[in-house]
Every structure is written in structure tokens, then in C-alpha cells.
Design a protein around this ligand. Structure first.
Ligand code: NAD
Length: 277
């Protein structure tokens, strides 16, 4: 079984981004709006800024308290919309309880939408004219390709249909000419679908809820889930025991999809920076 190593794939792509940034003649700026003090979000933001530094991008952090008023949050977003040094930015999700996420995202200038979550960019993406490509599914596609697993003509199952992961994942797999089935919380007999699949992307957000028995031999499995284990460490949506020797490939947690998501954010920022000049 091949370990689909997101750190390894990221390294190669970040080198390329770094050299493209050096040729630009200016430093692309990535902004993050962090509302509240959720510890996991703080770690994600720190990792995004570290990644920026490694490729020569400049980061801009806007930290706001959890009880910030919608008007002040809107003002902070408009400041980033109007800052010429910021080429792309995102609002770190999830927002604290009480905020209307759709409304907050509607304040982001689509030309600076580094996550690709504004209505305009979702529309462009699904119309096949992407401006920003949703980072996590884009990273998954790059990982599959990096290890030369075939996608065209294969049966792919996506578990999860969220706007951020499952739904754009299905679209990207279709773009690569896979035959795609999307399973979700109301799917009956999930295993009957995954057992037919050559590629399974698991993004249900449930710790270790599928195991080796869900897959036929030589399936390629990408595990998007991230969960903190009681005590310490992280696990994904896939229980890994028994997968070695059964699957063709599996992405680990940590060190799989996570680093790739950040790398694809850098790629979106570079694309937005280029488009702005
Ligand atoms: P979400 O909660 O928005 O969506 C979960 C999806 O799973 C839903 O569409 C739901 O219908 C489906 N689902 C739930 N239970 C199911 C079941 N029993 N059978 C089949 N489908 C089921 O979550 P999300 O934002 O899409 O994220 C999914 C997971 O991926 C989470 O663990 C999240 O933390 C992780 N994530 C990781 C990264 C990364 O960079 N690695 C990025 C985004 C999300």
C-alpha cells in the first residue's frame, strides 16, 4: 500500500510556488480574519502564515473577539477588500455561534476570495471557469495524480456533500472523467457503494467510521477527516488497521490532506495576485 504523503506532495508544489512568486516582482499578500479564540482555528491560522513565509508571501492577520459586532466584522472585511497589498484572504471557519456565515462570506470581494467560498466563485467553479478552486478537494486531486493513480474511467465515491469538501470534490473528480457517486448521511447501505469504488474520498467528519471492510482490494482512499483523539494525537475518518496490504493507497492523518489544503490556499493566492496585476 502506498502512503499518500501530503507533506511530500506539498513540498514539491510549494517549491514551484516559491519560484513563481520570486518571478512576480512583488509579494502576494494573504489575509486571514480570525474571530474568537478557538484553539484549533488558531493552529490552522498559524500554519497558514508559516506556509506563506516559506514561499515568500506576506500574511495579514485580523483578529477579532468572539463578540465582535457584525458591523465591525464587515468593516474589517471591507478593509481587506480595499487593501492593495492583500491579494487574497479568507474568513477562518467555523465562525463563533451567532454569526450568519453566508452573510459574512457575502462581504468578501470575490476577486480576493482565497477559499473560493463566495457565491460568485462557487458559480464560476461549477461552471468550469474557476477563479479560486476549493482548497481541500483540489489538494486531494493533486495527491492522487502525484502518485499516478488513474482517475479517468474509474468509479469514485465521495462520502460527504458539504459545500467545502464533498460537493466540489465530486465536481473535480468528474472533471478528471471519473464516474462519481456522492454518498451522504441519508445514504442507505454505504458499503454497497464503497465496495464498487476504485477511489474513495472520505469526508464525513466522523472519527474512524469506515474501515478496511468498506473497500475492495486495491482501492485508493483519501481520508479528509481530522479529529483530535482523547488524550493526544489526531485520527481521520478511516480506521487504518487492516488497510495495509489491502488498499492500493491511503493518505495518513496527520500528514495527508491537511498540508495539501494549505498548499492549495497558497496556489489560489498566487492565482489571485497574478489576476490583480
Ligand atoms: P460537514 O460536517 O460539513 O459534512 C459532512 C458530510 O458527511 C455531510 O455532507 C454528511 O451528509 C456526510 N455524512 C455524515 N455522516 C455520514 C454517514 N454516516 N455516512 C455518509 N455520509 C455521512 O464536514 P466537512 O466540512 O465536509 O468536513 C468533513 C471532515 O473533513 C471533518 O472531519 C473536517 O474536520 C475535515 N476537514 C479537513 C480538512 C483538511 O484540510 N484536512 C479541510 C476541511 C475539512
Amino acid at each position: 500500500m502506498i502512503r499518500i504523503d501530503g507533506k511530500e506532495v506539498s513540498k514539491a508544489i510549494r517549491e514551484k510556488i516559491k519560484s513563481e512568486v520570486a518571478e512576480l516582482g512583488f509579494s502576494p499578500g494573504l489575509g486571514v480574519v480570525l474571530v474568537g479564540d478557538d484553539p484549533a482555528s488558531q493552529v490552522y491560522v498559524r500554519n497558514k502564515f508559516k506556509a506563506c513565509e516559506t514561499v515568500g508571501m506576506t500574511s495579514f492577520e485580523t483578529k477579532l473577539p468572539a463578540d465582535v459586532s457584525p458591523a465591525d466584522l464587515k468593516k474589517a472585511i471591507e478593509d481587506l477588500n480595499n487593501n492593495p497589498e492583500v491579494h487574497g484572504f479568507l474568513v477562518q471557519l467555523p465562525l463563533p455561534k451567532g454569526f450568519d456565515t453566508d452573510e459574512v462570506l457575502s462581504w468578501v470581494d470575490p476577486k480576493k476570495d482565497a477559499d473560493g467560498l463566495t457565491i460568485e466563485n462557487i458559480g464560476l467553479f461549477h461552471a468550469g471557469q474557476p477563479r479560486s478552486i476549493p482548497c481541500t478537494p483540489h489538494g486531494v486531486i493533486k495527491m492522487i495524480k502525484h502518485y499516478d493513480f488513474a482517475i479517468e474511467g474509474k468509479n469514485a465515491v465521495v462520502i460527504g456533500r458539504s459545500q467545502i469538501v464533498g460537493w466540489p470534490m465530486a465536481r473535480l473528480l468528474m472533471n478528471e472523467n471519473a464516474t462519481v457517486t456522492v454518498c451522504h448521511s441519508r445514504t442507505q447501505d454505504l458499503k454497497s457503494f464503497t465496495k464498487q469504488a476504485d477511489i474513495v474520498v472520505v469526508a464525513a467528519g466522523k472519527p474512524e467510521f469506515v474501515d478496511q471492510s468498506f473497500f475492495k482490494e486495491d482501492t485508493v482512499v483519501l481520508d479528509v477527516g481530522i479529529h483530535r483523539k482523547e488524550g493526544n494525537g489526531l485520527v481521520g475518518d478511516v480506521k487504518t488497521e487492516g488497510c495495509e496490504g489491502h488498499l492500493a493507497g491511503l493518505s495518513p492523518v496527520p500528514g495527508g490532506v491537511g498540508p495539501m489544503t494549505i498548499t492549495m490556499l497558497l496556489e489560489n493566492t498566487l492565482r489571485l495576485a497574478r489576476a490583480s496585476h
